[in-house]
Design a protein around this ligand. Structure first.
Ligand SMILES: Nc1ncnc2c1ncn2[C@@H]1O[C@H](COP(=O)(O)OP(=O)(O)OP(=O)(O)O)[C@@H](O)[C@H]1O
Length: 358
């Protein structure tokens, strides 16, 4: 099966600055991908090269089997792409219906009206066709922007931080809603976001970028539970690395006791490693022989996030139901319940989530 979007070994420079480095990934028809990564890692640049707003130095991009950049270049308007931007970019002097009609002027008026009515229904804005953008909320405007991008029935939809102007509750609802709309229509889409919750809620595949490199392109589950390197592990979720040693085949010793691996660890006996401990892996239980001192606490509604100091001085995080009330400085009992062992060699660079040089 040919991928709908195929990005192969692309490099992009701004003068001497290497903004995208040998990036390869693909999306099947109907799949939703999200590009995630710290500020300046190249997410928008990558999206813009796919849209055709930026030239490539090397590599190729194909959409629905047609090469659009590489040995041949096809201009943005002929790439059959729809775009949704952070600031909605609606025409303020046009009504909602006129905004949606913008890219389908070539259709007969009957077809146009039918397409607009269908899209207004899809984005749940029936009855809002005669309104102007300023009469709508941010979330409604972004739904109009989506309808406008979908009107010409593009092969690929690109979305650049589409929810970042919206408040937190709305972002979550809208990301789920938009995923459902795209899935119902089998639309292939690629979205850029800073927000990992959004990426996980929306995407079939997530690409974690760092300093222009694609660190991992994988399902949200694998990105979270099987990160391929410390950069991905540290960027996604709130994990902390602690020291560990491989004592015998499949046994790992750390400050939280001994852990046993079900699979081959690819470490020699006696090897030193860094073990990822996520806050949800650390369970509060005062009967546990392992204890830690509370260094700080952050109330999060249903949970409290404790920063804890282990007896050997290492620090970890623990997510505890918020009806537990413990003060900073108090000692609590904890035990580990690490389900997915994420281990990297002790000498790995742990520069996760850092700003990329510009
Ligand atoms: N037109 C340009 N000319 C020169 N450098 C640029 C240009 N556009 C982007 N860059 C640089 O390329 C790098 C990647 O930028 P890009 O906007 O793609 O990052 P990003 O991951 O989308 O960041 P953010 O999340 O902050 O929007 C940055 O270092 C940026 O300064």
């Amino acid at each position: 099966m040919t991928a709908l979007l195929e990005v192969k070994n692309i490099d992009k420079f701004y003068d001497q600055f290497h903004a995208v480095k040998n990036v390869t990934f693909s999306l099947e028809k109907g799949e939703i991908g999200c590009l995630l990564g710290p500020s300046g890692c190249g997410k928008t640049t990558l999206l813009r090269t796919i849209a055709g707003f930026e030239d490539l130095a090397t590599g190729s991009i194909s959409i629905a089997g047609q090469m659009v950049a590489g040995e041949q270049t096809i201009p943005p308007e002929r790439r059959n792409i729809g775009m949704v931007f952070q600031d909605y970019a609606l025409f303020p002097h046009l009504t909602v219906s006129e905004n949606i009609a913008f890219g389908i002027e070539q259709l007969s008026s009957g077809e146009k009206s039918k397409r607009i009515a269908d899209l207004l229904k899809t984005v749940e804005l029936e009855g809002a066709g005669n309104k102007y953008p300023h009469e709508l909320s941010g979330g409604q405007q972004q739904r109009v922007a989506l309808a406008r991008a979908l009107a010409p029935e593009p092969k690929l939809l690109l979305m650049d931080e589409p929810f970042s102007n919206l408040d937190v509750a709305l972002r979550e609802n809208l990301s789920t809603e938009i995923r459902e709309i795209l899935k119902a229509r089998s639309i292939t889409a690629l979205m850029v976001t800073h927000n990992q919750n959004e990426a996980f809620a929306m995407a079939d595949k997530v690409g974690v970028l760092s300093c222009g490199c694609m660190e991992q392109w994988d399902t949200p589950h694998s990105i979270y539970h099987h990160p391929s390197n410390p950069t991905v592990a540290g960027f996604v979720g709130e994990g902390v690395f602690i020291n560990a040693s491989i004592t015998e085949k499949g046994h790992i010793q750390c400050a939280l006791g001994t852990l046993k691996a079900d699979t081959d660890l690819n470490f020699d006996n006696g090897a030193q490693a860094k073990l990822l401990i996520r806050p949800e892996d650390v369970i509060h239980n005062d009967d546990s022989p392992y204890g830690a001192e509370i260094l700080s606490r952050t109330f999060r509604g249903p949970n409290i996030l404790y920063k804890l100091k282990l007896d050997n001085g290492e620090q970890i995080l623990s997510l505890v139901p918020s009806h537990h009330q413990h003060a900073v400085g108090q000692r609590i009992g904890i035990y580990q319940e690490v389900e997915d062992l994420v281990l990297f060699p002790a000498d790995s660079s742990m520069d996760a989530g850092q700003q990329c040089p510009r």
